[in-house]
Design a protein around this ligand. Structure first.
Ligand SMILES: Cc1cc2nc3c(=O)[nH]c(=O)nc-3n(C[C@H](O)[C@H](O)[C@H](O)COP(=O)(O)OP(=O)(O)OC[C@H]3O[C@@H](n4cnc5c(N)ncnc54)[C@H](O)[C@@H]3O)c2cc1C
Length: 284
């Protein structure tokens, strides 16, 4: 499996113009996530859902660029270029000792862009989330926070471009509050409404105590559905996708070990899925 890091350079640099910027968490939510749609006229940029672009934000303290990765949530490629969407969470940290607020460089740069502004980026970076050829294959998607973004594009691709999908498609998504669940909240319920397909089911998991940063019980929901999850993982052509913050890696590993019956059983199954190209993850 590949590992993605911020900072390393890619050979070709592209330009893209911002078409639209829309806040997709409500104004009342403390978390600001924006959906940004860009267009590049370059015919060399191979835009694919699940891979990442490396954004070259203006650098600080003498460095030319501050580079950070963002997953492509949705895309449309044509013979005049590509349109692609990323979801960006505006990052802030407060130094507990001094109380000073630090703004994340690239996320604030992106969230402050106005339509018509241009960015520089390179990529694509990382494996795209590919869809199996066999439409009977089960597809299991596990995401946290902005990690749900590529799954929206993936689900669209499954039903719009591949027609009638017969295998089960299951999305397990964890967020701190219902307002922050991006595509499943009251104002942006397009996963709930748009993907009203007989084969598609989404499980949304919220933190029991969002104000206290209590852990999101994604593990509990996976375990409550353990029979189906295990059956899907063991399906002949099934595919497992995972996207979101790095911290979810251990949680998912521990949960799947419980579902598999032991850590050894899960490690063996996971190695088998990875070797067959049936396990795809983008963690950050
Ligand atoms: C494979 C991959 C895919 C990703 N996909 C996405 C995605 O789809 N959407 C998304 O939103 N993010 C994604 N990320 C995360 C993204 O790349 C950035 O890491 C994130 O946006 C923060 O970058 P930044 O430049 O804004 O923050 P940085 O400037 O790198 O700062 C990081 C954090 O540290 C804080 N900080 C900075 N300086 C200080 C200081 N002196 N003291 C204390 N705190 C400080 C900042 O406030 C911020 O919270 C992805 C990452 C990877 C690796």
């Amino acid at each position: 499996m590949n590992s993605l890091t911020d900072g390393a350079g890619d050979s070709m640099i592209f330009g893209a113009k911002l078409i639209s910027s829309e806040r997709i968490t409500p104004e009342t939510s403390k978390v600001e996530v924006r959906k940004l749609v860009f267009r590049t006229d370059s015919l060399y940029f191979d835009s694919q859902v699940g891979s990442c672009i490396r954004v070259l934000a203006p650098g600080e303290y003498g460095s030319a660029h501050h580079t950070r990765l963002y997953s492509i949530a949705d895309t449309e490629q044509s013979d005049t270029g590509a349109q692609f969407e990323i979801c960006v969470r505006r990052c802030f940290d407060i130094d507990e000792a001094s109380g000073e607020e630090f703004a994340g460089v690239a996320s604030n740069y992106l969230c402050d862009l106005k339509p018509g502004d241009e960015i520089k980026f390179s990529g694509p970076v990382g494996y795209p989330f590919t869809i199996p050829k066999n439409s009977n294959a089960d597809l299991l998607m596990i995401g946290m926070g902005t990690g749900v973004a590529p799954f929206r594009g993936l689900a669209r691709m499954i039903y719009e471009k591949h027609g009638d999908w017969k295998g089960k498609v299951r999305l397990f998504h964890g967020a701190r509050t219902g307002l922050e669940s991006l595509y499943m909240n009251d104002i942006n319920n397009d996963i709930g409404n748009y993907f009203d397909q007989p084969t598609f089911k989404a499980f949304q998991v919220l933190s029991p105590r969002p104000a206290f940063d209590a852990p999101i019980a994604l593990d509990k929901v996976l375990e409550r559905n353990s029979a189906e999850v295990w059956e899907m993982v063991n399906g002949p052509d099934s595919q497992v996708y995972m996207a979101g913050v790095k911290q979810m890696h251990d949680m998912i590993d521990n949960t799947m070990s419980r579902i598999a019956g032991s850590a050894e059983a899960w490690t063996a199954k996971r190695d088998e899925l990875i070797a067959a190209g049936r396990w795809m993850e983008v963690l950050y």
